[in-house]
Ligand binder design. Structure first.
Ligand SMILES: Cc1cc2nc3c(=O)[nH]c(=O)nc-3n(C[C@H](O)[C@H](O)[C@H](O)COP(=O)(O)OP(=O)(O)OC[C@H]3O[C@@H](n4cnc5c(N)ncnc54)[C@H](O)[C@@H]3O)c2cc1C
Length: 498
């Protein structure tokens, strides 16, 4: 068996089939950790390849027909593929990017590639179509298959407990995190790697599923010429891939991290990391971010306040407030969502809201709404509210919304939809259609938070919302300076009457 030290908490055996020692290669089917470093799946695949003395084939596929697929996501993912293509040059593995087109459908590719494998490794990810894909892989691979979890600092299958609020999840983290902080996927798994070379794949394989390398070598603007996707949502200026992710991180770390706790919600300041799309597509790893922050503060896991398990945000990390606040978002809030999706297959269903939220939304379901908009009106920013329209304009154009305004965006969809269930489906549709970081466990955390998940009942009880936390554009404009944001994203619509 490979690497005795490999953390078993990261492994999900997908079938009981044996390793095929006479296979031609170890296959890593890269579907969510789209990177060549800090990646447990790659570490695991390398370990198998070394112990079997077999070539390693890393396939990164991009299908054209998944729900919400569009040029926006294709461009971002393909920019990541380009980074991976460069990272795989001159190392002892074969990287094989594949981009599905009408001419070269992906159908049958996994089965064919898996049929020559000794063992198949893929990424574990608890959301969107990946859980179904993983189940399919377990059936069609003729050899041992494993899904490996690099999602966060805590293994997603480390507990089957569902946490209903951030406070209790933070308490859980305070108990178990120190043990996991000393574990990490490798920072440079391919350096000094020596493996047999892969024999060229057969013409029948290459002609059906050609490598995307020639396509990726063209300019980004040429990429979509022959590729159809479900939606035509245009690409944004945000560049995908590892270099861009690292550049965002470097800038944030040096100029914003120290004031993150003070500025994060300020609408007129760029105060956050903008890493969520890169985390979503796996271009950067939470492990490397946490390690970097710890190194910067010279903090080791043994320095953490193990004695404190009180669920409070402050002072547990023994760091200045900026890095502490950032780690709380990156670990507590981010991994709370992964915990929900991993342990609750109905994570995207209205009925899984907490009982108090279901009850109060139900009591108020027939309340008169001040406005009711259709999904098309929301989509095209045709509401009466300039600030809300600006948030939707930002989402449509840039594939993101400022975090504070994202909450307002969701809350007002609840307020102005004919029912809470309709509001939920509108939020899911627009978020996942436009947001570069959409289709992620955090998408469902954020959207469901607007309806009461991970929150508590608030007073006073209000029409439509009941006891669910309420927000308005006016209160937002009283708290924060929104004029620059309005000028940028809804210049023609006037100001907010705070
Ligand atoms: C209605 C709504 C929808 C949302 N949809 C998404 C989504 O589709 N994808 C997504 O990643 N996040 C979503 N969020 C959560 C949050 O808004 C974003 O994670 C954050 O704004 C990303 O910006 P950043 O990378 O600059 O974050 P930073 O503030 O720099 O934080 C660093 C990382 O911590 C995590 N994080 C930060 N805030 C949150 C949060 N509130 N909940 C969970 N994780 C968090 C993210 O991974 C983020 O990249 C949503 C929130 C709401 C209210």
């Amino acid at each position: 068996m490979p690497t005795p030290n490999f953390p078993s908490s990261r492994l999900l055996a997908l079938n009981q089939k044996p390793v095929k020692p006479d296979g031609s290669y170890v296959l890593y089917w890269m579907v969510s950790n789209r990177r060549m470093v800090y990646n447990y799946s790659l570490d695991r695949a390398i370990a198998y390849a070394v112990s079997l003395n077999k070539p390693l084939l890393v396939v990164e596929p991009l299908a054209k027909g998944y729900r919400w697929s569009s040029p926006r996501f294709h461009q971002f993912i393909m920019q990541g593929m380009k980074s991976n293509m460069h990272a795989a040059k001159n190392v002892a593995l074969t990287y094989y990017p594949f981009v599905e087109t009408d001419e070269y459908p992906q159908e049958g590719m996994l089965r064919t590639f898996a049929s020559s494998a000794c063992v198949v490794i893929t990424d574990d990810f608890p959301c969107f179509f990946i859980p179904q894909f993983v189940r399919k892989l377990s059936q069609i691979a003729p050899c041992l298959s494993e899904a490996v979890d690099s999602n966060g600092i805590l293994p997603i299958r480390g507990t089957d407990r569902l946490f209903t609020v951030a406070h209790s999840f933070r308490r859980h983290c305070q108990k178990v995190l120190p043990d996991f902080l000393s574990e990490s996927p490798l920072s440079s798994p391919t350096s000094n790697l020596s493996l047999p070379r892969l024999e060229p794949l057969g013409d029948d394989v290459i002609s059906r599923w050609p490598s995307a390398e020639p396509l990726l070598s063209q300019s980004d603007s040429q990429w979509m010429t022959n590729i159809t996707t479900r939606l035509d949502t245009p690409s944004t200026d945000l560049v995908g891939g590892r270099c861009a992710a690292l550049e965002h991180w470097r800038r944030f770390k040096h100029t914003r991290l120290d004031n993150y706790h003070l500025k994060r919600s300020h609408i007129d300041v760029d105060a956050t990391s903008c890493l969520s799309p890169y985390l979503h597509f796996g271009h950067i790893s939470p492990h490397e971010l946490v390690r970097d922050i710890q190194d910067r503060g010279n903090i080791r896991p043994e320095h953490l306040r193990r004695s404190i398990v009180d669920g409070r945000r402050e002072r547990w990390w023994q760091m200045p407030p900026g890095p502490e606040a950032f780690l709380d978002q990156l670990i507590t809030w981010r991994e709370l969502g992964y915990n929900r999706c991993a342990n609750d297959p109905a994570y995207d269903k209205f009925e899984t809201l907490p009982e108090w939220a279901l009850a109060t939304l139900n009591i108020h379901r027939n309340d008169e709404r001040p406005y009711i908009y259709s999904i098309e009106e929301f989509d095209l920013s045709l509401t009466h509210d300039p600030l809300w329209n600006a948030t939707q304009n930002q989402l449509r154009k840039q594939g993101t919304i400022h975090n504070y305004l994202r909450m307002l965006w969701g809350k007002k969809i609840l307020h102005w939809s004919e029912s809470p269930e309709t509001a939920l489906s509108i939020m899911i549709e627009l978020n996942n259609r436009y947001a570069l970081d959409g289709r992620n466990p955090n998408s469902y955390s954020g959207i469901f938070w607007c309806l009461g998940r991970f929150d508590r009942a608030w007073g006073p009880e209000r029409a439509v919302f009941g006891k669910v936390r309420y927000m308005t554009s006016q209160s937002t404009a009283r708290k924060y300076n929104v004029s620059t944001y309005l000028d940028q994203f809804a210049p023609e619509q006037g100001n907010i009457d705070a």
